[in-house]
Design a protein around this ligand. Structure first.
Ligand code: G3P
Length: 220
């Protein structure tokens, strides 16, 4: 079995921005686990989070395929990399982009930079897999932020998307997300054919993130 990922998207949760983002990153770094733990942070918090938790893998939440120059407000991949990002998610349900945008990002980043493209359904997962990102994460939008994990609410979408991705390109890793809260959900995600999970509120909105994180990796 390959490596297993627990990817925590900080989004713009109040409990995961600014100083709180640094604290949450330190909490993630304190968890002893064989899982590959990744914090996905706001571009504004990138440098501070990398400084606060130098051994933690840190990704951005979005990038734009632009060159240096007059591009006000866009997120240049090289700036993210120079500030310590080692990967990004792209095309999240809350920040959709075109397939061309994803393809251009993949063309512009170095080989050791991880790109996880998010898909709402199996068709989108197929299209994104053809672009050869490192990972495709399937997240049914209606389950995002909810209390029931995709692995319980709709295991079939995880199984069928995992099968579809492997059929197109077995080198593209598979994640699932939406409603993931605990170690049972992570274990189920892996059992259904993924390499792990992409989650947010199960860590960012709980009273005790350290316990939540420890529970998430407890069955890995
Ligand atoms: O990027 C992860 C996300 O969309 C899932 O959010 O809160 O359902 O874990 P959540």
């Amino acid at each position: 079995m390959g490596e297993q990922l627990v990817v925590v998207n900080f989004k713009t949760y109040e409990t995961a921005h600014g100083i709180a983002a640094e604290e949450l990153a330190r909490a993630m770094a304190s968890i002893e686990t064989d899982a590959r733990m990744i914090a996905v942070v706001s571009a504004f918090d990138l440098s501070a989070v990398v400084a606060a938790a130098p051994n933690l893998e840190v990704w951005t939440q979005h990038l734009d395929p632009i060159a240096f120059g007059s591009n006000t407000g866009w997120l240049h991949p090289e700036t993210a990399i120079s500030r310590g990002a080692s990967g990004t998610i792209i095309n999240h349900a809350e920040h959709k982009v075109s397939l061309e945008h994803v393809a251009m990002i993949l063309d512009s980043v170095p080989e050791d930079f991880t790109v996880c493209a998010c898909a709402a359904d199996i068709e989108e997962a197929r299209a994104l897999t053809a672009l050869q990102p490192n990972y495709v994460a399937v997240e049914p939008p209606e389950l995002i932020g909810g209390d029931v994990s995709v692995t319980t609410a709709d295991p079939e979408i995880v199984i069928s998307t995992a099968a579809a991705i492997s059929e197109i390109n077995e080198n593209v890793g598979i994640l699932c997300g939406a409603g993931v809260k605990n170690g049972e959900d992570v274990a189920m995600a892996i059992q259904l054919g993924t390499s792990g999970v992409l989650l947010a509120s199960g860590v960012t909105k709980v009273a005790d993130p350290v316990s939540a994180l420890a529970d998430l990796v407890s069955k890995i």
